[in-house]
Ligand binder design. Structure first.
Ligand code: 2PG
Ligand code: MG
Length: 432
């Protein structure tokens, strides 16, 4: 018998950083080694994501409990994968996809499937006595990502106080991950002071950034961020650049209008693209995610034509880590970057395939956490395994966020001189 064969699959309901139930799995091998995966969950979920199975029993935890997903693991998945070699991720993931049999993991639930896929990956790494990034990435896994870090959290992560979802920074002038991270911590602390200076209440949004109370416009977040960067002694654009995740599907209506409720302003796609271009002119913005809505391919194309050679345009809800959607974007020339979220697609190997596809198309992958997270650090290893180059995990506060950032610091130490950090140079691949 192979000592790396799966002997037991344990599944349980645990809770994420928003106190929402989620699925956790442990896979135990014949040799006694085990691996664990805990699934994250989004708030501004894309329409085309794989299905997150919830019980929808309103008498239990607001309908959010995941007992059906747990039962699917125990009754259907476990019997099918017990006896399989945990170091063969491709075979296990194929089996999971086949057991589900649907386009979007709607039979067993992407949360039950992903928890197992993640646990198997960790078990495989532990069995081989190597870190997960090495197990998934092989001999050439070495690139430490530049961090994209939230300083102010709005949109669905702050009760829609602003229309824009995330105001982030990227330490483009940093020479190493840990130097870049320290720079961002300085900006976070300086922005806290700026909030006090303007008598804005200090509270934290879902991903640890500041909650944008008493904002009059969406642009105000950019102004505060710019002040925070300057206050901490950095040159905006050179040392620290700004990134936005607008998550615009949340305020786009199918009549083709973008409605900014905070400003009581309605714009058609042409006016809205102009508005964004003006912001890009006025602020040192290096990246915008979901600038246009997930169904507005025409708007995305227009924006890409205008600024696609100046800044990174990331598709999150637009692409949902799904090769067929990314392929469509590449074909029609939309965006130049793809947000990568494991639970949008549902297995580790499909996530690896999406990253490969993105890179081969000349687009930049940005590996991302969800707004609902746990102590799980799989995405950090995934980013380094694939030399993806960019990682987005929310802010520098709250333990479900620092669990990830601190793991990068540990891997940076582990890689020593063999690690590679491109910093802001990564954007030169798409910016002309
Ligand atoms: C996003 C993510 C993370 P959510 O939109 O990129 O910030 O949010 O997990 O709520 O989709
Ligand atoms: Mg997003």
């Amino acid at each position: 018998m192979n000592k790396f064969n799966i002997k037991e699959v344990k599944a349980r309901q645990v809770f994420d950083s928003r106190s929402v139930p989620t699925v956790e799995v442990e896979v135990v091998l014949e040799c006694g080694v085990y691996g664990r995966g805990t699934v994250p969950s989004g708030a501004s979920t894309g329409k085309f994501e794989a299905l997150e199975l919830r019980d929808n029993d309103m008498k239990k935890l607001n309908g959010k409990s995941v007992y059906k997903a747990i039962e699917n693991i125990k009754q259907i998945i476990a019997p099918a994968i017990i006896g399989m070699d945990a170091t063969n991720q491709v075979a296990v993931d194929r089996k999971l996809i086949e057991l589900d049999g649907s386009e979007n993991k709607s039979n067993l639930g992407a949360n039950s499937i992903l928890a197992v896929s993640m646990a198997v990956a960790w078990a495989g790494a532990n069995a081989n006595k190597i870190p997960l990034y090495r197990h998934l990435g092989g001999a050439n896994a070495k690139v430490l990502p530049i961090p994209m870090i939230q300083i102010i959290g709005g949109g669905a992560h702050a009760n829609n106080t602003t229309d824009f979802q995330d105001y982030l920074v990227v330490p483009v002038g940093s020479k190493s991950f840990s130097e870049g991270y320290e720079m961002v911590v300085n900006v976070y602390n300086a922005t806290k002071k700026i909030f006090s200076k303007y008598k804005k209440p200090l509270a934290t949004a879902d991903e640890g950034g500041f909650w944008p109370t008493k904002f009059n416009t969406n642009e105000e977040g950019l102004k505060l961020l710019l002040e925070g960067i300057e206050e901490s002694g950095y040159e905006p654009g050179k040392d620290i650049a700004i990134a936005l995740d607008i998550a615009s599907s949340e305020f786009y209506e199918e009549d083709g209008m973008y409605r900014l409720s905070l400003e009581n302003r309605n714009m058609n796609r042409i006016e809205y693209v102009d508005y964004l271009c003006q912001l890009i002119e006025r602020y040192p913005i290096v990246s915008i995610e979901d600038a246009m809505a997930e169904t507005d391919w025409e708007g995305s194309k227009l924006l890409t034509e205008k600024v696609g050679s100046k800044i990174q345009l990331v598709g999150d809800d637009l692409f949902t880590t799904n090769i067929s959607r990314i392929q469509k974007g590449v074909k029609i020339g939309v965006n130049n970057s793809v947000l990568i979220k494991m639970n949008q697609i549902g297995t580790i190997t499909e996530t690896l395939d999406a990253i490969d596809f993105t890179k081969n198309a000349g687009y930049l992958p940005v590996v991302s956490a969800r707004s609902g997270e746990t102590e799980d650090t799989t995405i950090v290893h995934l980013a380094i395994a694939t030399n993806a180059g960019q990682l987005k995990v929310g802010s520098v506060a709250r333990s479900e966020r620092t669990a990830k950032w601190n793991e990068v610091i540990r891997i940076e130490e582990d890689l020593q001189d063999n690690g590679v950090y491109d910093g802001g140079n990564i954007f030169k691949r798409i910016i002309k």
